[in-house]
Ligand binder design. Structure first.
Ligand SMILES: Cc1ncc(COP(=O)(O)O)c(C=O)c1O
Length: 504
C-alpha cells in the first residue's frame, strides 16, 4: 500500500467505516487537542490530493486504532492489533446517564459534499473568537458588516409594504417583482422570456440547489468551473450528479479553458455551468469567450447555467454580457439577485430566468415547477423591493468607479498582493474577490488548508484556501476585499510579514 490514500481506504474498508464515521472518530480522539477534520479534509485524503499534517496524522491513527508509523507509510506490516473492537457499534451507540442511546447520523448523501467557505478553518477562527481573540474575516462576500449599506429607498419601500407581505405569494414570486426582473432580462437581451419563466428564490443559493435537484440523476455529469463558487459543486453532488471540473486558466485572465471543457464532455454530460463575473477570481468573460462556450454547448446538446449575481459589479467600463443572449436556440438558466448589488445578502432575494429554447426542456421545467411549488414561495418582503431595486439609479455604481470604495479597495489589494515576494495575482475586473497565487516551491507549501490555519493562528486574519473552491493545487487562496483600505492595509502588512518567514 504505497500511498496514504490507499492505506486510509484499506483501513476504512476493513473496519467498515464511511468518511463521516472517520470524521466523528477523529473528533472524539482529538477532543483534548481540539483537532478535528472536515469533509473537505476527508475527500482530499481519500482522493490522494493531500496528506494530513503531523498533528492530524497522530489523531487519525489514534482514532483508527492503527500504528501511526504504518499510516504514514513508514512500516510495511499490517496495521491493526488486537485492539480492533467493534468500531461501527462504538460510533452508533453512546452511553448517557447509564442508558444506551443511539446516535443520529447525517445521511450518506452528504459524505462527499464540500463547502469550505464556512469550513474547518472557519471553525478554528470561531474557536479563537470564543477565546477572546479579534479575527479579521476576509472569508465571506457579505457586504453589510464592512459598512456597505442598503440604498435607503429599498429599506423605506420594504417598510411601506411589510403589512402586505404577510401571506405566501405565488410560488414563483409576486407579479411586480417578476415583471421587474423580466424588464431587466430584456435589457440584458435574454431571448424568449415570459413572466412564467421567472422564479424568485431565497437567494440565488436556493435556486441553484433547486435546479440541480431537478436535473441530475445518479451518474449524470455536469461541467463546473475550477475554481468555482463551491455551492455549485456541493449541490450538484448532493443531487447525485457527477461533477466534472473544467479548468479556468490564470494565464488567460482566468477565462475557461475551452479545450479542457470540451475534452471533459461525455455522453453523460447534461450541462455547463459558468460563473460570470466570477467568484473567486473576479474574472469577467468577454463576448468571444462566451460565444465559444455557446458553440460547444450547441455542438454537444448541453444546457447552460449562468450564475451572474455580480453582473452589476463590473469595473473599468467593461460591459457584462449574459451568455443566454448569445444562445437563443439553446436552453439557458440565468441567475442573479440583490445580495451583492444592493448589499442585502441577509434579505435573501435572488432569481432565475429560463430563456431560449424552452421546448427542449419541457419536462425539466415541470420538475422545476414541482420543486418551486414544494417550497411554497420565497421571502415575500424581500420580493416586494425588487422593483424598487432594479429601477432607477443604481447606487452600487458609486462603489465601482474611481474614487468608489470597491474600485479603490481592488486597486489597493491588487497592488499590495503583487508586492509580496512569492505572491502574484491577476487583476479582478468585477465583484470583490481576488484569487492570488502562492509560489509553493518558495514556501514549501503542500497543504493550503494548513497555510490558511497557520496564517490565521499567527496573524489572526481569515482567508479561504484555494481547495475550498475546488481548486486542486495547494497554490491559491481567496481574499475578499470588502473591508476599508485601512483594514486591508493592516491585513496585507500581516500577510507580507507572515510570508517573509513562512515555510511548511
Ligand atoms: C457566485 C455566487 N453565486 C451565488 C451566491 C449566493 O448568493 P445569494 O445570496 O443570492 O444566495 C454567491 C454568494 O457569495 C456567489 O458568490
Amino acid at each position: 500500500m504505497d500511498t496514504f490514500s490507499n492505506r486510509l481506504k484499506a483501513i476504512m474498508a476493513e473496519k467498515n467505516l464511511k468518511q463521516i464515521d472517520v470524521i466523528r472518530l477523529v473528533e472524539s480522539a482529538g477532543k483534548e487537542s481540539g483537532i478535528k477534520i472536515g469533509k473537505s479534509h476527508m475527500s482530499q485524503y481519500i482522493s490522494g490530493k493531500t496528506v494530513p499534517r503531523q498533528d492530524i496524522m497522530s489523531v487519525l491513527a489514534k482514532a483508527l486504532e492503527v500504528d501511526e508509523k504504518w499510516l504514514k507509510g513508514e512500516l510495511s506490516s499490517a496495521p491493526v492489533g488486537d485492539s480492533e473492537k467493534n468500531i461501527s457499534e462504538k460510533i452508533k451507540i453512546s452511553e448517557a446517564g447509564g442508558r444506551t442511546m443511539k446516535e443520529f447520523k447525517k445521511s450518506c448523501k452528504l459524505d462527499n459534499v464540500l463547502y469550505d467557505v464556512r469550513g474547518p478553518v472557519v471553525d478554528e477562527a470561531n474557536r479563537m473568537i470564543d477565546a477572546g481573540m479579534n479575527i479579521l474575516k476576509l472569508n465571506i462576500g457579505n457586504p453589510a458588516p464592512f459598512g456597505f449599506s442598503t440604498p435607503e429607498e429599498v429599506i423605506f419601500d420594504m417598510r411601506q409594504q411589510l403589512t402586505e407581505c404577510e401571506g405566501y405569494s405565488d410560488s414563483k414570486g409576486l407579479f411586480a417583482a417578476r415583471k421587474a426582473i423580466m424588464q431587466y432580462s430584456q435589457l440584458k437581451n435574454l431571448p424568449n422570456v415570459e413572466i412564467s419563466d421567472i422564479y424568485t428564490g431565497n437567494g440565488v443559493s436556493e435556486l441553484i440547489n433547486l435546479c440541480m435537484q431537478a436535473l441530475l440523476d445518479e451518474g449524470d455529469e455536469i461541467l463546473i468551473p475550477s475554481p468555482d463558487y463551491p455551492l455549485w459543486t456541493a449541490t450538484a453532488t448532493l443531487a447525485g450528479g457527477k461533477v466534472v471540473h473544467y479548468i479556468c486558466d490564470e494565464e488567460s485572465e482566468w477565462y475557461p479553458d475551452l479545450q479542457d471543457m470540451e475534452k471533459k464532455i461525455t455522453d453523460r454530460t447534461k450541462a455547463i455551468v459558468i460563473i460570470n463575473p466570477n467568484n473567486p477570481t473576479g474574472a469577467l468573460y468577454p463576448k468571444e469567450v462566451l460565444e465559444k462556450i455557446v458553440e460547444l454547448a450547441r455542438r454537444h446538446h448541453l444546457m447552460i447555467f449562468s450564475d451572474e449575481i455580480y453582473d452589476r459589479l463590473v469595473m473599468d467600463d467593461y460591459e457584462h454580457v449574459s451568455i443566454a443572449s448569445l444562445a437563443p436556440d439553446l436552453f439557458c438558466v440565468t441567475f442573479s439577485g440583490l445580495s451583492k448589488s444592493h448589499m442585502i445578502a441577509g434579505f435573501r432575494i435572488g432569481w432565475m430566468v429560463l430563456s431560449g429554447n424552452k421546448a427542449i426542456a419541457k419536462d425539466y421545467i415541470e420538475g422545476l415547477n414541482m420543486l418551486s411549488n414544494m417550497r411554497l414561495c420565497s421571502n415575500v418582503p424581500a420580493q416586494s423591493i425588487v422593483q424598487t431595486a432594479l429601477g432607477g439609479y443604481q447606487s452600487v455604481k458609486n462603489y465601482i468607479v474611481p474614487g468608489g470604495r470597491i474600485y479603490e479597495q481592488r486597486e489597493y489589494v491588487y497592488k499590495a498582493l503583487n508586492e509580496i515576494p512569492g505572491i502574484s495575482a491577476v487583476k479582478p475586473k468585477a465583484a470583490f474577490y481576488i484569487f492570488p497565487k502562492i509560489d509553493v516551491k518558495k514556501f514549501n507549501i503542500t497543504n493550503d488548508e494548513q497555510f490558511a490555519v497557520d496564517f490565521l493562528r499567527e496573524k489572526k486574519v481569515l482567508i479561504v484556501q484555494g481547495s475550498g473552491f475546488n481548486w486542486n493545487k495547494p497554490d491559491h487562496f481567496r481574499v475578499v476585499y470588502l473591508p476599508r483600505i485601512e483594514v486591508l492595509e493592516d491585513a496585507m502588512k500581516k500577510l507580507g510579514e507572515f510570508m517573509s518567514s513562512y515555510k511548511q
